[in-house]
Design a protein around this ligand. Structure first.
Ligand code: BT5
Length: 325
């Protein structure tokens, strides 16, 4: 109901709509309309009411509750089942549990704040309340385990395209899981799976995105390396970016790429990924747990493995590393 009500206000931006018209469109009583309006106000929406005119939305709340995302959602299956938290330790943790309990492909977990967000290798991911996006998608692809790193690359392409559509900003992908804007980290992607040696049960793709943070919102440890869409858009002077719309667009972009990928394989996605990548065609340091390789990044294989040629001409297959350019 709240989702439909938000849609009505969206279709009549800035205009008054009478309580009667709303009750007709929603098929409920005037009292029920009033109750829903009060709930929206509690969620942070500013709604004017005027005698004989009705209600008018003055300010959106920029929330990411299920109904706020669903008002924009146009996917077939991805995000149709959504679990939302005001705050949770990690959406990744919740998604793993849901997947174990049999959640279907396409179920998405979203949080307004994470208190124990995870990066790779036990690192921390900071997700502040009200300003960031933290979400985990549950997939059940018919793939062998070694192919699943490709899904990180798909997710990166989806996020870059959705950001471009929503803000006009062009981001860059740093293999394997970072998205940068003007050289600073904007997005981190964490792909994990539940699998037997030759069978994938589920893949959980976690996406952490800095949306409306100001510089003061980043702690000392990441202030020098992190940025947000708000900081880079219109010199931080513009309206906050609508997080719900951005989530809906990321899900749509990902769903389209995923369907294309399952049908035609990675070769149809690769040109897109390469066009946004800054880690290919240049000299890099690849830092692994025990080793560092310096060399020319020649490209990625169809399995998403980075190929680096060192100074002796030997080509290394890099499965996971931190890249410095
Ligand atoms: C990542 O790890 O970049 C993957 C981050 C995935 C986060 C999502 S949020 C939804 C889901 N639920 C979770 O609990 N996790 C996923 P990695 O490549 O290891 O990078 C981690 C490093 O990024 C940290 O060591 C910091 O240096 C830096 N960092 C942490 N928070 C950041 C932020 N908000 N913005 C930019 N950089 C950050």
């Amino acid at each position: 109901m709240k989702e439909q009500l938000l849609k009505i206000f969206q279709d009549h931006q800035g205009e008054y709509i009478s309580g009667e018209k709303i009750s007709q469109e929603l098929g409920c009583s005037r009292t029920a309309v009033w109750k829903h309006i009060e709930e929206l106000r509690k969620n942070g929406y500013q709604l004017d009411s005027a005698p004989r005119k009705g209600y008018r939305m003055v300010m959106r709340a920029n929330g990411i509750h299920t109904h706020e995302i669903k008002q924009y959602l146009t996917t077939k299956f991805l995000g149709r089942e959504l679990t939302y938290f005001d705050a949770t330790e990690s959406t990744q943790q919740i998604a793993h549990k849901l997947a174990q309990d049999g959640a279907e492909e396409g179920h998405v977990v979203v949080a307004n704040e994470q208190t124990k967000g995870k990066g790779r290798l036990g690192r921390v991911w900071h997700s502040r309340s009200n300003t960031s996006i933290s979400m985990s998608m549950i997939l059940r692809p018919p793939l062998p385990p070694q192919k699943t790193p490709q899904l990180t690359l798909l997710a990166a392409v989806a996020v870059v395209q959705a950001i471009k559509k929503n803000t006009g900003l062009q981001c860059e992908i740093k293999w394997p899981n970072d998205i940068l804007l003007k050289g600073k980290k904007l997005v981190g992607i964490l792909t994990e799976m539940q699998a037997d040696p030759d069978l994938v049960h589920s893949v959980i793709i976690g996406i952490g995105l800095n949306v409306n943070q100001t510089s003061e919102d980043f702690g000392e440890d990441i202030a020098h390396l992190a940025t947000s869409l708000h900081l880079e858009k219109d010199g931080a002077s513009g309206e906050p970016v609508d997080r719900a719309r951005l989530i809906a667009d990321i899900l749509l972009e990902f769903e389209e790429l995923y369907e294309e990928y399952l049908e035609n394989g990675f070769q149809s996605i690769r040109p897109l990924w390469e066009s946004y990548s800054i880690s290919v065609g240049t000299y890099i340091y690849a830092r692994m747990i025990k080793d560092v390789i310096y060399g020319y990044a020649k490209g990625i294989t169809d399995d998403g493995v980075l190929l680096v040629e060192d100074e002796s001409g030997k080509t290394h297959h890099i499965y996971s590393a931190d890249i410095e350019i």
